[in-house]
Design a binder for this molecule. Structure first.
Ligand code: HGA
Length: 610
C-alpha cells in the first residue's frame, strides 16, 4: 500500500516521478504529492485525489530539477486531504518525507513536538518523522545519520524516503516492514516501493532489507544497518526478469479484465517444468525437501489474507484429499495474534501475491521464532516473505495490478494442487490417481479459455442482477471456499453486499432472508454431493429466491433461473475452475454499476500496513 517513488540523476525528475506514481497508483489512490529541492528550500505540490489531479495542479508538471520524491497515499492516519497528503515537511521547509507504514507511537511523538512549540499541520503519523529528522540535523551534517537517529525514536513500520533541500544531490531511504527497492541506472538512481515503477527504466535492482538504510546519489548507493552502531551492508544489484509491457494494459480496458484473460497463460507458466509423468507427481525444487522430509510432515497449515486465505482453504482440501494429511487454513492476520501452538512437524504455507502482506510476514516471523517450518507461496520474486521463508513455491502469475486478485489466486490453487500431489505421491496416492491429477492440471488452461469464451452470457446475467441489494453465494465442502471467494470478489469491485454461506447451514438461519429480491449464486460441483446441492436450489426456489447455478454437472437449464456452465477436468481441480465465472460475474456487475474496477473505494493492493 502507498506508492513511493524517488529519483536522482540527470533527467528532469518530475516526469519520472509522475509516471512512477501512475504505475503505483493501484497501491493507494486517495491523494498524491511530490517534492523537489529549489535553492535550499523545498517545492512541494500535493493534492487529495488521483495522480492525474496532481499532474494537472498548477505548475506541478513543469517544476524543474533532477532530484525528487513522490507518493500516492492510502490513508491510515488522518482523512484523505491536501494537508494529509505526502510529502510531509519540517517547519523550515528543508526536510521532505514520504512514508509507507504506521508510526505506532505517533501520538506521543506529536505531543512531544507540540510541547516543543512545533506547529503540526497535518493529522498524519508521518509528519512527526520530518520534524524529528530536521531536529537531528542541528547535531550532524550527515542526512543519513540524522535519519538513523530520528528513526531510533520511531516505533512501527516504515518504508521511508527523505529529501534534504540543502543537499539536492542525495536521497536517503530506510526500511522496516514496508518494501523499498532501489533501481540502478546509468548515472541515475531510482527508488520505489514496488518494481512496477522501475522496470521501464532499469532491470537492475536492490531490495532493501528490514533494518537497512541507504544513501543514493546519481552515481551510486551505499547501504548500512539502521542500528546505533551501523555496519555497511554490501548489496549487489540483481537483474529482474520483468518487462515494462507486463505492467501495461495492452489493449484491455482495465487490469482486472486483462488479468482474468491472462489466467490460462499464467497457469501454463506455473506448470512449466513442474509436472513429472514418469512418476506421476510434481517437481517443486523450491521446497528444498527430500522425500523423507516430505513424509515426515504431520499437518499442513495454510496462512493468507483475503483471497489468499480462500486459496489456502482450497489448498487444505486438496492436501487432505490427495495426501490424507490433516490440513487447515487460517487468516494470517488472526494467526499472528492468537499465540498459536506451533507444531515442529507441521508444514506452514504463507500465501501472499505481493510477498509483502504485513500480517502474513508477521505470521512467518512468529512461526520461525517458535521453530515452525514455513514455506512461501508468493508471486513477487525478491519480496519480503519470499526472502524470509527462503523456500517455497513461486506462483509465476506475472505482475498483478488489479486490486481484486484473479490470476494470482488461480495460480495459488494450481500450486497447492502440485504440493498436494507431491505430498500424496510420497504417501499413498496411487500412480494412476497421480497421473489423473497431472493430466487434469494440464487441461486447466484450455478449460479456462473455454470459460472466458462464455463471457458475454455471464455479462448479460450480471447486468440483470447488478442492482440487487445483496446476494448469497452458496456452496458446500469443495465449493465452500469457491462461494467465499465469489462473495468477496463481488463485494470488493461492485460494492454489492454479498454473503457466503455453507449450503448445509442455510436452513439454520439465513433462509429467512430469501425473497424475490435476494439472488443466490449456488455453486454445484459434479461430485457426490450433487443431489444435496440440487435440494438446496429447490429450497431457495420454493421461497421465491432467484438462483444462478454455477455448475459442471449435467443439469437441465430448468434447474435454476440462470445456469453458468463450467468444463470438467478432475473432481479435485473443479473448484478452481468454478471460481473463474464468479470473477467475471463480479467484474460485469461492477461495470454495470459504473465502478472503477481496478481501484475499488477504500482498498489498495499489497496490504503492507496492519
Ligand atoms: N500512515 C501514513 C502512510 C499510510 C500507508 O502506508 N498506507 O499504506 C498515512 O496515513 O499517511
Amino acid at each position: 500500500m502507498c506508492g513511493i517513488v524517488g529519483y536522482v540523476g540527470h533527467r528532469q525528475a518530475v516526469p519520472v516521478l509522475l509516471e512512477g506514481l501512475h504505475r503505483l497508483e493501484y497501491r493507494g489512490y486517495d491523494s498524491a504529492g511530490l517534492a523537489l529541492p529549489y535553492r535550499g528550500k523545498l517545492r512541494v505540490r500535493k493534492t487529495q485525489g488521483r495522480v492525474k489531479d496532481l499532474r494537472d495542479k498548477g505548475d506541478t508538471a513543469t517544476l524543474p530539477g533532477n532530484v525528487g520524491i513522490a507518493h500516492t497515499r492510502w490513508a491510515t492516519h488522518g482523512e484523505p486531504s491536501d494537508a494529509n497528503a505526502h510529502p510531509h515537511t519540517d517547519t523550515s521547509s528543508r526536510i521532505a518525507v514520504v512514508h509507507n507504514g504506521i508510526v505506532e507511537n505517533a501520538e506521543q511523538l506529536r505531543s512531544e513536538l507540540t510541547a516543543l512549540g512545533v506547529q503540526l499541520v497535518s493529522d498524519t503519523d508521518t509528519e512527526a518523522i520530518a520534524h524529528l529528522i530536521a531536529a537531528e540535523l542541528d547535531a550532524t551534517d550527515s542526512l543519513e545519520a540524522a535519519v538513523r537517529t530520528a528513526l531510533h525514536r520511531v516505533q512501527g513500520t516504515y518504508g521511508l524516503l527523505v529529501l534534504d533541500a540543502r543537499r539536492p544531490d542525495e536521497l536517503v531511504v530506510a526500511r522496516n516492514g514496508s518494501p523499498i527497492v532501489l533501481g540502478v541506472g546509468d548515472g541515475e538512481m531510482f527508488i520505489a516501493s514496488d518494481v512496477a515503477a522501475l522496470v521501464h527504466h532499469t532491470q537492475r535492482v536492490v531490495f532493501l532489507d528490514d533494518g537497512e538504510i541507504a544513501t543514493l546519489r546519481a552515481d551510486g548507493f551505499r547501504t548500512s544497518t539502521l542500528g546505533a552502531e551501523p555496519e555497511q551492508t554490501d548489496k549487489v544489484p540483481t537483474t529482474i526478469d520483468m518487462a515494462a509491457e507486463d505492467y501495461a494494459l495492452g489493449g484491455y480496458p482495465d487490469f482486472m479484465r486483462k488479468e482474468i484473460a491472462e489466467q490460462s497463460e499464467a497457469v501454463r507458466r506455473a506448470l512449466r517444468g513442474r509436472l513429472d509423468d514418469r512418476f506421476a507427481t510434481a517437481r517443486l525444487g523450491g521446497l528444498n525437501m527430500d522425500a523423507r522430509e516430505l513424509r515426515g510432515i504431520s499437518k499442513v497449515v495454510f496462512l493468507g489474507c483475503g483471497s489468499a486465505y480462500y486459496a489456502g482453504q482450497l489448498g487444505a482440501q486438496l492436501v487432505e484429499e490427495l495426501a490424507r494429511i490433516p490440513a487447515t487454513a487460517e487468516p494470517a492476520s488472526e494467526f499472528r495474534y492468537r499465540n498459536p501452538v506451533v507444531d515442529p512437524d507441521a508444514l506452514y504455507v504463507a500465501i501472499s501475491q505481493s510477498g509483502e502482506t504485513l500480517d502474513t510476514l508477521a505470521a512467518v516471523q512468529e512461526l520461525q521464532r517458535k521453530g515452525g517450518r514455513v514455506i512461501g507461496a508468493v508471486n513477487a520474486v525478491g519480496s519480503a516473505i519470499a526472502r524470509q521463508c527462503g523456500a517455497g513455491v513461486f506462483l509465476h502469475a506475472g505482475p498483478e495490478i488489479s486490486v481484486a486478485s484473479t490470476k494470482a489466486l488461480t495460480n495459488m490453487t494450481v500450486s497447492f494442487t502440485m504440493l498436494a500431489l507431491l505430498l500424496g505421491r510420497v504417501r499413498d496416492l496411487s500412480a494412476a490417481d497421480g497421473q489423473r491429477i497431472v493430466d487434469g492440471l494440464r487441461a486447466v488452461p484450455d478449460a479456462i479459455d473455454q470459460l472466458i469464451g462464455d463471457e458475454a452470457a455471464i455479462a448479460e446475467i450480471a447486468q440483470r442482477y447488478a442492482k440487487a441489494r445483496s446476494m448469497f453465494f452458496i456452496g458446500r465442502v469443495r465449493a465452500w471456499p469457491v462461494a467465499r471467494e465469489g462473495a468477496q470478489k463481488l463485494k470488493e469491485v461492485s460494492y454489492v453486499h454479498a454473503e457466503a454461506y455453507q449450503a448445509s447451514e442455510l436452513k439454520h438461519g439465513p433462509l429467512a432472508l430469501i425473497d424475490p429480491e435476494m439472488p443466490s449464486v449456488v455453486i454445484v460441483p459434479d461430485d457426490e454431493l450433487l443431489a444435496k446441492n440440487i435440494n438446496t436450489i429447490e429450497q431457495i426456489k420454493a421461497r421465491g429466491g432467484p438462483v444462478i447455478a454455477v455448475t459442471n454437472a449435467d443439469l437441465p437449464d430448468s434447474i435454476a433461473d440462470d445456469v453458468i456452465r463450467v468444463p470438467k477436468v478432475a473432481p479435485e481441480l473443479d473448484p478452481m475452475l468454478l471460481t473463474i465465472p464468479l470473477q467475471l460475474l463480479a467484474y460485469h456487475c461492477a461495470l454495470a454499476l459504473g465502478r472503477d474496477v481496478d481501484k475499488p473505494r477504500n482498498l489498495a493492493k499489497s496490504v503492507t500496513v496492519e
